[in-house]
Design a protein around this ligand. Structure first.
Ligand SMILES: [Zn+2]
Length: 65
């Protein structure tokens, strides 16, 4: 099911489905977010911008292309 091979990152950005580690809420967020993304349920930070790909703190459930 799950691919372990990670291709060379494309400059294209993506959306990912992330599960909040605190409340379990699933939320879709932008892979290259330029602003902090919070969980809509509990307000926990789920991603912060790094200048490129956002740092994601929750569990990535799915990558949407
Ligand atoms: Zn949450």
């Amino acid at each position: 099911m799950r691919k372990h091979k990670i291709p060379i990152p494309e400059p294209k950005s993506r959306f990912v489905r992330v599960q909040c580690p605190d409340c379990g809420n699933e939320q879709i967020l932008f892979d290259h977010a330029t602003f902090p993304v919070r969980c809509i349920v509990c307000g926990r930070i789920l991603a912060t911008p790094t200048g490129g790909k956002a740092r994601i703190y929750g569990k990535i459930i799915q990558i949407l292309t």
